[in-house]
Design a protein around this ligand. Structure first.
Ligand SMILES: C[S@@+](CC[C@H](N)C(=O)[O-])C[C@H]1O[C@@H](n2cnc3c(N)ncnc32)[C@H](O)[C@@H]1O
Length: 223
């Protein structure tokens, strides 16, 4: 994910937060900025050559990916469960001069999903946790891809190096497991990229670390 600007927040599995919405809202309200504000590496690399059209950023957090896309001419819908994150994202979009290109929508993806179809649907680090099964959200994300469009799903393949106890009880699926969750009709989709990428990162303690991510890029065929 866009790396932490500060240390991590609470543990949803032990927190008193009654709902996922309360947990994530609190997660963002605890600091002025959680993520770095930089777009995710895989998005920058994989979307750079796409013709700007319509994009959906699923679990957009503070909006760095949505804003990067908007600056490149995409019309973006950014969605997240946390209103606190969306409010901050809207502020950053205003500062970047792209307010009119991004539509921020609050959805709990276990309950609802943005309507419409999109030329790019990007899902970065929406991991299954004690609060969230990602199956329905990933399938809705695939269903929202327009003919000829791209679905980009990026998840960590393992906890950050040196992390012995992950604070969020996050699951780290393989690409095969992500593809199984997506349950794509084989003839209707082409897998353009299935990559395990190791990259330099920053751990929760601020130390240099290595992260391994699974990157899946699939394109919906036009016919
Ligand atoms: C690890 S963060 C990733 C944020 C952003 N995509 C990035 O890469 O910086 C996961 C995001 O998923 C959101 N999220 C978690 N559960 C959700 C749900 N049920 N519905 C919608 N968003 C959810 C959180 O609020 C959080 O912003």
């Amino acid at each position: 994910m866009t790396e932490h600007a500060h240390g991590h927040a609470a543990d949803p599995t032990t927190d008193d937060a009654a709902t996922a919405e309360e947990f994530w809202d609190e997660f963002y309200r605890k600091s002025d900025r959680v993520w770095s504000g930089n777009p995710n590496f895989a998005l920058v690399r994989e979307a750079a050559d796409l013709t700007p059209a319509t994009a959906l950023d699923v679990g957009c957090g503070e909006g760095a990916d949505s804003i990067w896309l908007a600056r490149r001419g995409w019309r973006v819908t950014g969605t997240d469960i946390a209103q606190a994150a969306l409010d901050r994202a809207a502020e950053h979009a205003a500062a970047a001069g792209v307010t009119d290109r991004v539509d921020w929508q609050r959805h709990d993806l276990t309950v609802s999903f943005p309507t419409g179809s999109f030329d790019l649907v990007s899902v970065h680090f929406l991991h299954a946790t004690a609060h969230l099964s990602t199956i329905a959200a990933l399938r809705s994300a695939a269903a929202a891809v327009a003919p000829g469009g791209v679905l980009l799903v990026v998840q960590h393949a393992a906890p950050a190096e040196g992390t012995h106890h992950h604070p969020y009880h996050v699951q780290f699926p393989t690409s095969r497991e992500i593809l199984d969750e997506l349950d794509l009709v084989p003839d209707a989709w082409e897998v353009e990229l299935d990559e395990v990428l190791e990259r330099a990162s920053t751990g929760h303690d601020g130390e240099a670390a290595t992260r391994t991510d699974n990157i899946l890029k699939v394109r919906r065929r036009t016919a």
